[in-house]
Design a protein. Structure first.
Length: 274
């Protein structure tokens, strides 16, 4: 707890910078913020606890090596989980007969281990237009529903500012989404009118409507569903688009269990010593 308090609201970018400069304490802080998530995700891929532990350490090791090599100091949760997925696939490929993979993950690998990056998804496209900092914020807020204190630490702000930052990120995402939709329906006057009315509604109470058009138009009705609960839409779309493999219920369960294990220092020490 004292370690976390000393580094409260020191964003991950600065923490990783300190790690790259050789700070063991900073490494413990970074591991403490993300270890449960990485371990939880790997537990949806691999069955053996010892294998999950080794894969967790390997995930941090690879991401930190890339940060030093590329001078890319911002390590975010999505990058860690994407690396964990790759480590899990390689762990299974190294010894398929060992039975290390969970049945569900094995099915995903057998199906090609791919994900629908080319599938049109307007909300995802709008999300990718946001600054990286806001993408990270919405991932933690909407998809993982993390504790505001942790989100504040990751972003380098107080926990009280997390809600405001999330509101701004959603508002910007809504603007990108509607701008893209306006371009797509420029030759459909009723849809274009609806899209422009939605821009006006952004400053009004959620759920209010100005037109009867959406119920009679499937594309506009989809827009209304996405914008009525942006967080739910992000939870549906982002994991599959960004990571491919995602078992939401299992991930949340295993992440919660991993949070109880506590002390990140032994893991950080093993990462540093190899």
């Amino acid at each position: 707890m004292a370690l976390r308090q000393r580094w409260a609201a020191v964003g991950d970018t600065l923490v990783v910078d300190r790690v790259c400069r050789g700070s063991g304490e900073a490494l413990s802080v970074l591991v403490g913020r993300h270890q449960a998530a990485v371990c939880g995700y790997l537990s949806t891929c691999l069955m053996d606890h010892a294998t999950v532990e080794r894969a967790t350490e390997e995930t941090f090791r690879r991401v930190l090596e890339a940060a030093e090599r590329e001078d890319a100091l911002a390590i975010n949760r999505i990058r860690l989980l994407a690396t964990a997925r790759t480590v899990a696939v390689q762990t299974w490929n190294a010894d398929p007969g060992a039975g290390a993979a969970t049945p569900e993950f094995l099915e995903w690998i057998a199906a090609g281990g791919a994900w629908p990056l080319a599938t049109p998804a307007a909300l995802y496209d709008a999300y990718r237009c946001l600054p990286v900092r806001w993408q990270v914020a919405l991932w933690h807020i909407a998809v993982e529903e993390d504790d505001p204190a942790l989100i504040g630490d990751v972003l380098g702000v107080s926990s009280t500012r997390v809600r405001s930052l999330g509101h701004k990120a959603r508002h910007s995402l809504r603007d990108f989404y509607l701008a893209a939709y306006e371009r797509a329906v420029i030759d459909r006057p009723a849809c274009l009118s609806y899209a422009r009315e939605q821009v006006v509604l952004a400053s009004r109470a959620p759920g209010t409507t100005m037109t009867e058009h959406p119920p009679n138009c499937r594309p506009c009705a989809r827009v209304e569903r996405n914008l009525s609960d942006i967080d739910a839409g992000l939870r549906r779309q982002l994991p599959g688009m960004l990571l491919g493999w995602w078992n939401d219920g299992r991930y949340r369960q295993m992440k919660a269990l991993a949070l109880r294990d506590g002390d990140p220092r032994p893991v950080a020490r093993r990462i540093r010593d190899t």
